[in-house]
Design a binder for this molecule. Sequence first.
Ligand SMILES: [Zn+2]
Length: 152
Amino acid sequence: MKQNGKRKTKPFQVRKSRIHGRGVFAVRRIRKEQRIVEYIGKRITQADADRLYGNNGNKHHHTLLFAVDDHVVIDAGQGGGPARFINHSCEPNCEAVNEDGRIFIEAIRNIQPGVELTYDYQFEADETPEEALELYPCRCGSRNCRKTIVKF
Ligand SMILES: [Zn+2]
């Protein structure tokens, strides 16, 4: 016998974004502090990430990497889920929470259906601010946009 409950569907949907490529949008109301999705992918070492993606100008892949700590990186380019489509914003409505090395995207305010989900990548890069503006521009459109996804 099946349970006669409402099927739990995801509160979000992946579709084209004005910020960048595809984005993730709320399809239901999401409450502040609600855990939305886990950032999944292959766990690799920082050294592997550098070897795979470092210094080859492949900036697209950089945004699919989530640094868990100084050693471990989640590579959403390999076995990634929908969280890899969540765009950066300088004024985000979500945050990435590190729980024992697993990364979860959680709402930091109430989000209405149709609104794009975003978090601050706090991207680390060796580039100078001038290079970061050029290589990793931000187009989030928020009032306090720092014009790059890199955090200095
Ligand atoms: Zn921005």
